[in-house]
Design a protein around this ligand. Structure first.
Ligand code: DLL
Length: 432
């Protein structure tokens, strides 16, 4: 179901015109009210009048995470503080958190883009949404909440964690929609199975899963174990939270809500804008945001854009699911590897569970990785020599797919820590 026919199915010329008008209004606003943007534009010799259409976006300076931290907390705010009605921040586990400050209109737009997201998987006012993203400064909980509210669905604001209560709630209230991270959905499946829950008998039909990288192989596991359709949803605090892009039922890339969030792909080394279809760093400009507008923000996420029209009828540009982050890329003996590529390989194998961790170490100048992956109960009860054989086979599969030697260790079932939010896939011993 398409929530916003007008904006989601615009023709190319109409979309470009709207984007251009919104960009030029945004730049006037940002230049006039955010000293940080004025200074950056003045340094480059760009004036608001130079931005007439969307193609002029390349004249503008980039914004980085470091910039956002330097101007913490209110440095990007473009309206009087009395007009800010809500703030969210990133977790700040890796440094000063980044802040998103919303006006009432920003919250309304958030509700709209999240309604588009939930409608992609068929959510209507008849549905009961079990929202297991964390509520609080994290954007997941409230973002989904506003979307479900906009649709008029019944939302259960259960937040993350407390798995037994999640499972009871799912059964008692007959939840039809689940929203949480992909890794947490697997934990629900696992504990549910242990408790004897038959997901085929529950009315749960769709999951909107995101906030962390995952693969198509992981999707297959989740869909099978929970008996749902699992769709990928993407977003980040700096831009709005969830509601930046989402998959439709075709599952062929995520539709970017590009009437609000304009995407570009750049070469992370040179900053050069790359043509559609080429892999690079995703950059976003918030065309309509009032509270803390973001101009050409370098997300550090790696993907490519898919301009062709989707079978679902939406005309917005799509992006491939996130392939990795520039700061998560491992360089193992000269080969670039993203954890998601390792996950793709692991998900194809028999005898293993979708729970793994990658341990990175440095010996001398060289980085090496060990992949710890859980074996199934069946394999666990097998003979040692079979385990060793399986480890060698996985090492071989990783080598032929990625050209990288990784030591593989099969670990006993339930050994890898489970996650209620974003899973920690990499243990980087180089930094410890
Ligand atoms: O994770 C917002 C969100 C909440 C998205 C709920 C989807 C669902 P942050 O905590 O600021 O915001 O983290 C943003 O998480 O730059 C990506 O690296 C990663 N990320 C988010 N969604 C996906 C996804 C929320 N679907 C950072 N696939 C982003 C891969 C994702 N990575």
């Amino acid at each position: 179901m398409i929530w916003d026919q007008k904006h989601e199915t615009m023709d190319e010329a109409g979309r470009k015109k709207l984007q251009g008008e919104r960009l030029s209004a945004l730049i006037k606003r940002a230049y006039g009210s955010v000293p940080f943007y004025k200074k950056k534009m003045d340094e480059l010799g760009v004036k608001p009048e130079d931005i007439k259409g969307i193609e002029d976006i390349t004249k503008l300076p980039f914004l980085t995470k470091t910039d956002m931290r330097d101007i913490y907390p209110y440095g990007l705010v473009a309206v009087p503080l009395k007009d800010i009605v809500e703030i969210h921040t990133s977790s700040g586990t890796t440094g000063t958190p980044v802040v998103d400050a919303y006006t009432i209109n920003d919250i309304k737009i958030w509700g709209e883009v999240m309604a588009r997201t939930l409608a992609m998987g068929g959510t209507t006012s008849e549905d009961t949404v079990q929202n297991a993203y964390g509520y609080g400064l994290f954007t997941g909980g409230l973002g989904v909440h506003y979307g479900a509210r906009t649709i008029g669905a019944n939302v259960i604001p259960i937040s993350g964690g407390n798995t037994l209560r999640q499972l009871k709630t799912m059964q008692d209230f007959k939840s039809t929609v689940l929203t949480c991270t992909p890794s947490y959905s697997l934990m629900l499946a696992e504990i549910g199975k242990e408790k004897g829950i038959d997901f085929k008998k529950l009315p749960l039909k769709v999951g909107f899963l995101g906030a962390e990288p995952w693969s198509d192989g992981m999707r297959r596991e989740i869909e099978e174990k929970l008996n749902i359709m699992a769709l990928d949803i993407y977003g980040l605090t700096e831009i709005i939270g969830p509601g930046v892009a989402a998959e439709c039922e075709c599952k062929k890339g995520l539709h970017i809500f590009d009437d609000h969030f304009y995407p570009e792909i750049i070469d992370p080394e040179t900053g050069e804008v790359l043509p559609h279809g080429q892999k690079g760093e995703l950059v976003f400009t918030t065309l309509t945001k009032e509270g803390s507008p973001v101009i050409r923000y370098r997300t550090r996420d790696i993907t490519f854009l898919i301009p062709e029209k989707c079978e679902c009828g939406r005309t917005s540009i799509r992006m491939h699911r996130i392939l990795g982050r520039t700061d998560d890329m491992l360089i193992i003996r000269g080969v670039n590897v993203f954890p998601s590529q390792i996950e793709e390989v692991l998900m194809e194998l028999e005898g293993t569970e979708p729970h793994y961790q990658i341990i990175v170490e440095r010996t001398g100048q060289l980085d090496s990785i060990e992949v710890q992956v859980e074996m199934t109960d069946k394999l666990f009860s097998d003979e040692i020599k079979n385990l060793e054989k399986e480890e060698k086979e996985i090492e071989g599969a990783l080598y032929s797919a990625l050209n990288v030697h990784a030591k593989v260790t099969l670990v006993e079932p339930k050994k890898i820590p489970r996650s209620e939010g974003k899973a920690k896939r990499i243990i980087d011993k180089r930094k410890i």
